[in-house]
Design a binder for this molecule. Structure first.
Ligand code: PLP
Length: 448
């Protein structure tokens, strides 16, 4: 089949996630054919450096043969096993044990999902069930952050606070609330870490007081906000949030779908602050995109309360056909082995080079701010460094930059608020990092 007709079929039949239907028909698609390490090749043979690990997920890089072997072996042996009722499979059981051993203290129970959105949905359902179980059925309101992203499922998309995910979908729901994000570059006292932290804590306290402490179930946040434009709170922020949730008597869900598995340096972002949430959501780096899978980690006290609340014969009615899929679980175990076998360390090493480049590119006339942690980072573009004024939407800077960077042979993520996001794989070398920034800088020069 010619490449031309493949593109035509795509435009005619394939709905692409988070894209304009008409825009895609006019400009899409870019069809990817193969990958190797940090590199992608499209169907016409063009090679590009993927500085975004697919969709911040291919943390081990493309073409890792040992993962392919493990998946093929598991498919031969047992391609599917339900987790329903009392069935199970060896990879799912071992993966649950592994995740508990890696994650913060107290998160002793694992529920597997297919990705991040259904992990967030599962948390909302479990928290609802938990408060009913402990006799506090009025605690049903959820608070999250502006600029937050928690997936695009029917319920979780309301915790997300990005306009595109609400517009036309009647979201957020009345029990979903948002408070200001810890966004140092856009905060009046952004140079003062303590002030930024205190601001979120007091906003959370005020929101709980406004809603009534007896009605609030939980606060949900990413440790670093990804899709909102890689917003990096000051160190100590997550710990202060954990303490505030305890004081306020509400649960804490930390969404580590992006930040998990070495993306910010340690295995989980929570580790850097010694924080143990009541729920943690994982996906993306869990299988590094080689097979779909997500996970909910649940604190023991929540599990025990739900377990004690009903007779043994009564199931907790939450489950998916592919929960704990043995092929995905086998893939995840191999991916985690690779992280532990040197990839996490390489990510930390290359992260130093990444930070150096972010610092240097700050001098570019279009760059207002750069920020990052580990191998997660961003450049925020402005028209005026003094006033921090952004670009008018009708200039379509993200669209132009996506095109320029692609032409220059690098994939980054250009967000609508003129932020360029980076999330290269942990296998990235310093030479590849140099090339990423050379190509991005060339694109910025062409935008001027
Ligand atoms: N939570 C966060 C923080 C995410 O970044 C994402 C996806 O980007 C999700 C949840 C949703 O995950 P998925 O796309 O696998 O459903």
């Amino acid at each position: 089949m010619s490449n031309r007709s493949l593109a035509d079929i795509d435009r005619q039949h394939l709905i692409h996630p988070v894209s304009s239907f008409r825009g895609h028909q006019a400009h899409g698609p870019q069809i990817l054919a193969s990958g190797d390490g940090m590199w992608l090749t499209d169907i016409d043979g063009k090679r590009v450096l993927d500085a975004f690990a697919g969709l911040w997920c291919v943390n081990v890089g493309y073409g890792q043969q040992s993962i392919v072997d493990v998946a093929a072996e598991q498919m031969r042996k047992l391609p599917y096993a339900t987790g329903y009722f009392h069935f199970g499979s060896e990879p799912a059981i071992l993966l649950a044990e592994k995740l508990v051993s890696l994650s913060p203290e107290g998160l002793d129970h694992v529920y597997f999902t297919l990705g991040g959105s259904d992990a967030v949905d599962s948390v909302i359902r479990y928290i609802t069930h938990y408060y009913n179980a402990i006799g506090k059925p009025e605690k049903k309101q959820f608070i999250a952050l502006e600029w937050g992203y928690h997936g695009s499922s029917s319920t979780g998309a309301g915790l997300t606070a990005l306009g595109n995910f609400h517009r036309g979908f009647d979201l957020p729901r009345p029990w979903q609330h948002h408070i200001a994000s810890p966004y140092p570059y856009r905060h009046p006292e952004g140079h003062d870490d303590a002030a930024v932290i205190a601001h979120t804590v007091s906003a959370l306290e005020a929101k709980v007081a406004e809603l009534g402490a007896d009605t609030v179930a939980a606060f949900c946040c990413e440790p670093i906000q990804g899709s909102g434009g890689v917003i990096v709170p000051p160190r100590g922020w997550l710990k202060a949030i954990r303490e505030a949730c305890d004081r306020l008597g509400i649960l804490l869900m930390v969404d580590e779908v992006i930040t998990g598995f070495g993306r910010t340096g340690p295995m989980f972002a929570c580790d850097a602050e010694d924080v143990s949430p009541d729920f943690m959501t994982l996906a993306k780096g869990l299988t590094s995109g080689y097979s779909p899978m997500g996970a909910v980690l649940m604190a023991d006290h929540v599990f025990q309360a739900i377990a004690d609340s009903a007779p043994e014969a009564l199931p907790v009615g939450h489950g998916f056909t592919y929960s704990g899929h043995p092929v995905s679980a086998a893939v995840a175990l191999e991916v985690i082995r690779l992280y532990e076998d040197g990839l996490l360390e390489n990510g930390v090493r290359t992260g130093v080079c990444f930070a150096r480049h972010l610092e240097r590119i700050r001098e570019h006339p279009l760059v207002g701010d750069t920020r990052g942690r580990g191998l997660l980072g961003a450049i925020e573009l402005v028209t005026d460094k003094q006033t921090k004024a952004g670009f008018a939407a009708d200039l379509d800077v993200p669209g132009k930059l996506s095109k320029l960077t692609w032409e220059n042979g690098v994939i980054v993520r250009c967000f609508s608020n003129s932020v360029i996001g980076f999330a290269p794989a942990l296998c990235c070398t310093e030479e590849e990092m140099d090339q990423i920034f050379a190509r991005v800088e060339q694109s910025l020069d062409q935008l001027l």
